[in-house]
Design a protein around this ligand. Sequence first.
Ligand code: FAD
Ligand code: MLT
Ligand code: ZN
Length: 451
Amino acid sequence: VDLPADLERALVDAVGAEHVRPGTEEPGACVDWTGRFVGESPAVVRPADTEQVAAVLAACSAAGATVVPQGGNTGLVGGSVPLKGEIVLSLVRLRRLDDVDRSARQVTAGAGVTLGDLQQHARAAGFAYAVDLAARDTATVGGSVATNAGGVHVLRYGDTRRQLVGVEFALSDGRVVRHLSGLEKDNTGYDLAGLFCGSEGTLGVVTAARLRLVPRRAERVAALLAFAETADALAAAQAIRDRTPDLEAAELFFDDGMRLVCEAFSLTSPFADSSAVYLLIECAADDDPTTRLGSLIEETPASDAAVAHDHDRRLALWSYRELHTSAINTVGAPHKLDVTIPLDRMPAFATEIRARIGELGPGVRVWLFGHALDGNLHVNVTGLAPDDERVEELVFPLVVSLGGSISAEHGIGTAKKRWLHLARTQTEIEVFRAIKLALDPAGILNPNVLL
Ligand code: FAD
Ligand code: MLT
Ligand code: ZN
């Protein structure tokens, strides 16, 4: 795909020649993290600040060129890649990171700051940034706002939307909106930060965010528990949540996933015997929560438990869960469905989809894991061609019939847009289209996503 000469000149004027690169020289920007979605781009453009983002968008708008905003490119619904020859607008150089505002307990961060750097910055000031996920060292503030990322701490602190106080963004025509004052109370009309959160790059380009911080807990403990039944693991997670305010994470996975992670990364399970289901619990408090958690574990039907208080052993327990995504990629480019199911229906749902997806073909395998107390199950399927959507056809209607959602946290992207009508009414989708038309009338932003 070619870049018209006028547009190339305008982009070079906006960001400098070294930051306008042909897509052929940036193959990593044209394929998603799973390898399922591959495209091509005439140019990957990396502005350094909000003004340059605005200038790039104004140039693209004038030329009628379509644009895909991209942060860390860790998104899992194919939304961050140029599937039909779009220009990639990479935000990774927007690394503004202001001092922590201690009195407000907030910080302003540029779109390109990674979640890991933001967490580190908050910690150094005695706070924490609540949103945490395994892609923390690559995923960006802008991408996490655009997807309303969830992660492993939602049960205690909520998703990205709950942390977002204000946003700065550039519209597709290059106009910039700044609303970063961070006032906790500010009822002056539409909540644009809330609207941009989860908009998946379709309404404008997030250039900075004003984010809430939470207290930094001095002590934490992780425990990996083994169970014979999914329902027992979920009941244990609920019981622990009901008995302690310290609970920060409750993650679910299964024996096949544990084996795959161990095989892919040469790890050994902490348990001599394997079990059907595993629950990873983390508690954090100002004083050491280990004894309190120990007594709560005693009351669960766990058949085995590994408890870790020191940093390295805690991370070792986390790796069995966090390495699922990478381990599944070693089997093949997966179809990733991330669904919410009412908790009491999750065990039967897991059993049913294992059986039904298994019938799709001899090489088809299903890997389940998720954020237990959010009712969020990640249904990953390997052994299907990228465009073979039988698993989506099978799982999404079932999820909706059970009162669940077809996207718990990754968004709709390109992967699920055919099924948006299952989750949203016709009128809601008409409202979406009206908002899109008002903010991006020429439709140049992320045309393959959501609608
Ligand atoms: P990208 O992948 O670059 O982009 C994602 C979407 O946002 C695209 O539609 C893109 O166009 C748009 N976008 C990006 N930046 C901007 C911007 N500045 N302005 C406007 N639009 C923009 N997600 C979860 O919710 N929970 C998890 O637990 C979780 N764990 C993960 C673990 C691994 C190992 C991996 C690989 C991914 C995981 N994800 C998870 C998915 C992903 O990390 C998140 O969606 C993350 O928020 C994406 O950030 P990013 O910077 O990589 O965005
Ligand atoms: C997770 O919870 O690990 C993520 O959402 C990533 C994934 O679904 O693979
Ligand atoms: Zn997840």
